[in-house]
Design a protein around this ligand. Structure first.
Ligand SMILES: Cc1ncc(COP(=O)(O)O)c(C=O)c1O
Length: 365
């Protein structure tokens, strides 16, 4: 098998949750940078403030229909997550995550010494009956939920479950952390209202990012929450870095306000849909026993290969020139026959070839 693939061994990577370069609006970003540097050099090149570049903060507040002092703009939403965890999660605290969930969230929470309760994720979101049962005996400080095109599963939280989570957060008094970087990259179906927009108890803290709509290298994300929580995080932000990257945020501001972001999102969505379709077609042809729910947006698909040890498959797949992330990396336990396939960074031809290689690796086991 190896010999067959050896001459064109460039590995095909389903590993990275990042866009390929061809779907990043490089020209638009150059123009936005030019505009930012020309129009507001004072704001762009100064330290600025710990809440972020003021015009961008205002734009985000308008988008979400909240007051400006409910918003804090950060260096990527990972930074937003880290600030929120620093504020709310102490060693020994109970926290809820989805199982599976974003591996970096798991890592961060465990490094903070939290007692992580991983509640099963279903194709329509977290199992709220199991969450409710868990809440009978625990008082978590926070529940981390990725509502749209979840990382790693690609599933979306239903309207009913959004309402249930809001009810539980209000009743049981925990922060509902809505981690939503994929909202805008829906390529099929109707967008569902955020939990933030339906929150009447002030329990939701919302995070999002420009990584998926613009480019990840710009490292710009944000938090929206109650003025109290945002005010307390502002203090942590000041002590951490004085202020986030004003140059990046000023460019993002121009990109958004010029409307260029709409074009960028359209390009990304079109490519993601084509890639998702190519992935499904290749899986149907090459691995008909694979189990998955095709996502309506985002970057990821969770694929189970019943009866296959993904631990064993992983090195063999690598030898065959294809890489993925093991399902077990996103869970405290289990996920042994599952993998996450990211289709954001590979084109249609690579997807077809990558799944052909993956099937060859499965046969070689
Ligand atoms: C659920 C989730 N949250 C946060 C992030 C981090 O995004 P950012 O690039 O804004 O730090 C990602 C990135 O993949 C993600 O999938």
């Amino acid at each position: 098998m190896w010999e067959r693939y050896a001459p064109r061994m460039a590995p095909i990577l389903f590993t990275r949750g990042a866009p390929s370069l061809d779907i990043i609006d490089q020209e638009g970003l150059r123009e936005a940078a030019q505009q930012a540097f020309t129009k507001d050099p004072a704001g762009t090149f100064a330290y600025g403030t710990s809440v972020g570049y003021v015009p961008l903060r205002e734009w985000i507040a308008e988008q979400h229909g909240v007051e400006v002092d409910q918003v804090l703009v950060t260096n990527g939403s990972m930074q937003a997550d880290a600030f929120l965890f620093e504020l709310l999660v102490n060693p020994g605290d109970d926290v809820v995550v989805e199982a599976p969930t974003y591996d970096r969230t798991l890592l961060n929470l465990r490094q903070r010494g939290a007692k992580v309760a991983a509640i099963d994720l279903e194709t329509d979101g977290i199992d709220t009956a199991k969450l409710e049962a868990y809440l009978e005996g625990a008082r978590p400080s926070l529940a981390h939920i990725i509502p749209n095109f979840q990382n790693p599963a690609g599933y979306t939280l239903s309207t009913e479950k959004r309402a249930k989570l809001l009810q539980l957060a209000a009743e049981k008094d925990f922060v509902l952390f809505e981690d939503d970087p994929y909202l805008k990259v829906r390529f099929e179906g109707e967008q569902l209202p955020t939990m933030l927009s339906q929150d009447t108890s002030g329990k939701v803290v919302y995070a999002s990012s420009f990584s998926k709509t613009m480019c990840p290298g710009i490292r710009c994300g944000y938090l929206v929450g109650s003025k109290d929580i945002i005010g307390r995080i502002q203090k942590i932000a000041t002590n951490t870095y004085i202020s986030p990257n004003m140059v990046a945020q000023s460019i993002v501001n121009e990109f958004c306000r010029s409307g260029r972001i709409e074009q960028s999102v359209a390009t990304v969505k079109k490519a993601l849909k084509e890639r998702k379709d190519a992935l499904v077609t290749a899986l149907q042809r090459e691995l008909p026993d694979a189990v998955y729910t095709a996502p309506q947006g985002g970057y990821f698909m969770w694929v189970e290969l019943p009866g296959v040890s993904v631990e064993k498959l992983f090195p063999v797949a690598k030898e065959h020139g294809v890489e993925f992330v093991k399902g077990s990396d996103f869970m405290l336990e289990g996920g042994d026959s599952a993998m996450r396939l990211a289709f954001s960074g590979v084109n249609v031809e690579q997807i077809d070839e990558g799944i052909t290689r993956l099937a060859a690796a499965v046969r070689a086991l």
